[in-house]
Design a protein around this ligand. Structure first.
Ligand code: ZN
Ligand code: ZN
Length: 166
């Protein structure tokens, strides 16, 4: 969806709000396509002293297979939008900010939502950020149960331990 900004482009202080939904079901992570539900985005573009600043949020529920523990999961994802819209991608002045060019006097919401989403997703798909994964020895899902396998001692600590025992 294109969001027309002609009303605020030359009018400091003015703003336009938007809601849209974007289909990102073609995004592939490993062998899976976890963004099966449409991605909802809402926010505001405000002319802040002549600079067009877009703020808002992107929300969806992803359905995937965890890279670490291999279980199916679904997880709500919410990502904030905070980008600057410019008429031309002129130079590298704004290296610290996410800058998107306008299409004429419109913002390409599909492109912005897709980019913000992709840049915020981890390359690994995890059921939760601190997924403990599977034990590499016994294969138990360590989120559900602990196992009695001894953790391999780091060789450096092993050497230190020997020293201390002397
Ligand atoms: Zn997991
Ligand atoms: Zn184990």
């Amino acid at each position: 969806m294109l969001l027309g900004l002609s009303k605020i482009i030359d009018c400091p202080g003015a703003s336009v709000s938007f809601t849209t939904s974007v289909d990102l079901s073609d995004l592939q992570y490993g062998n899976t396509y976890p963004v099966t539900e449409s991605v909802q985005a809402e926010g505001t573009v405000r002319n802040t002293a002549g600079v067009l600043v877009m703020t808002g949020a992107v929300r969806t529920t992803i359905h995937g297979v965890c890279d670490r523990c291999a279980s199916d999961f679904h997880r709500d994802v919410e990502i904030s939008i905070d980008v600057v819209l410019v008429t031309e991608l002129a130079n590298e002045e704004n290296e610290d900010e996410w800058v998107f060019p306008l299409e004429g006097d419109s913002a390409d919401l599909d492109d912005i939502v897709r980019t913000v989403f992709v840049l915020n997703m981890d390359s690994k798909l995890l059921c939760k950020p601190d997924c403990k994964g599977l034990c590499c020895r016994c294969g138990k899902n360590l989120n559900q149960e602990s196992c009695t396998c001894q953790k391999e001692l780091d060789p450096r600590f092993a050497a230190l331990k020997q020293l201390l025992e002397k």
